[in-house]
Every structure is written in structure tokens, then in C-alpha cells.
Unconditional design. Sequence first.
Length: 279
Amino acid sequence: MEFTNYIPTINTLRNVLDFALVFIIVYVVLKLFRGTRAVPTVVGMVILALLYWLAAAQELSTLEFVLRYAVGFIGIAIIVLFQSEIRQALIFFANRLRFPILKRQRGQFGGSVYDEIVLAVTTLATEKTGALIVIERNVGLRNFIDAGVQLDARLSYDLLVTIFNPLTPLHDGAVVIQNERLAAASVFLPLTKNPQVSRELGTRHRAAIGITEGSDAISIVVSEETGLITYVEAGVVHRNLDTNQLRKLLLDALEIPLIEPRRDMPKAMKDAETDITVS
């Protein structure tokens, strides 16, 4: 008798857990799709589902027949229409479900290599020299690296500033950083197809957004018109950053402790920070 009394409680807990898991999944999916082109399509599919329910409830046989077969193709339609969103969602979950042994430990690499990037970006912003830097994380960018000019060089401030000098042959396109080395330069990236992207953003910014929509890479852009610094991750754009903001975003994304840079910032670059607008 005592064991029987626990059965309703166990079933209740199971139902609560079931509801909570569904709620979390729906919440995460809606959060991932918010602000993307998937939202209007999802609304349309919900309307179709409601029409099907209405047709079945009111015995509208013809409408029910048509919608029944239409619903059968919704799964294929979702895969075709939401390719980039599904890829981004899978990357999102994979990054959070990685086993600790496979995950790079915080502080395993020093921040000095990425300080070189931050200092180079600050210099390029001061001089209003256009630049696009892509940092590979877990999703490989080998296809893009192979299509560019492969370097596999040690990453340094001087090399980055030199590459983006308008007088050098490699300045056009992006550089890709892989395993803390400069893997390739003059790399051309796919442009974002998101219609909600501001018209103020040019080709360089659209390429930075596009590569982060199809992978978990990070992009840093310097505008040659305004000298403003932009950071892009998972299609989300952070504009008008100063050196400290950029460094914090970059090291947080790479899970590196925020420590003081080993290399002193040149006085000219310190003075230039005041010229960079903070959003």
C-alpha cells in the first residue's frame, strides 16, 4: 500500500519534467530564431496547423485532405528553408554539450596572441584601414582556407598590419586564424542573406556576418570609411567598439581569462582610442 501511494507522485514528477523539457526546448528554439527570417515562416506553418485542426474538427473533408498531404512535406520544407538556422542551432547545442575533456581549458593559452589581434585592429582603425579577421573555433573553415592564399604563419601584430596595408597584394579579402596561427589571407567569404541587416553595412561587414551564421567562427571588422570596429559572433553584430570592449568580447568568446596584456600599447594607439566612438 505504501508503494502504491507513491505512484501518483512519481507520475506527477514525470509529467512536470516532461513539460519543463518541452518548455525549455521551445524557449531555446524561439530564442535562436528570434530576429531571423525563420520567424514569418514558422508563423505560416502554425497557421497551416490551425487550419488543419479546424478542418478536422468541422469535418471539412476537402480542406482536410489537402492539408493532410501538405503537412507531410513540412518536415522536408523545414530542412530546406531553415538550413542556416538549423546549422546554427546544432552548433549552439554542441558548444554547450561538449565533454570537459574535449573543451579547451580556460587559461590553457595565454591572451598574448589575441592581444596582437586587438592591437593590430586598433592601429588599423586609427588609420582607417579596412580589415576583416576571422577566428576559427570548433567548426572547421578548411574550405575557405584552401580557397585563399595559405600562409600558416605565426600570428603577430606586424604581420596583420602589413597584410591589410592597401599597397600589399593580400589586403583584399579576409584573414583566417586557425589554432592561433594565421592560416590564410585574401580569403573570400559568403555574404549574409539576412534581409534585416542594416543597409549601412557594406560587403566586408556582410561577409563577416555570413561566415558566423554558417559556423561558430568570430569575425572582427574595421571600416575603411569610418575606422569603427565591429565584432560579430553567431550573426550578432556589436558595432563601434573601443579596444577594451573588443578585447573583453574576444577573450570571453574564446574562454580565456581577462588578464593585462603583456605587450604595452604604443602611446599613439592609446591616444587613438579617444577617436573611436563607443556605442
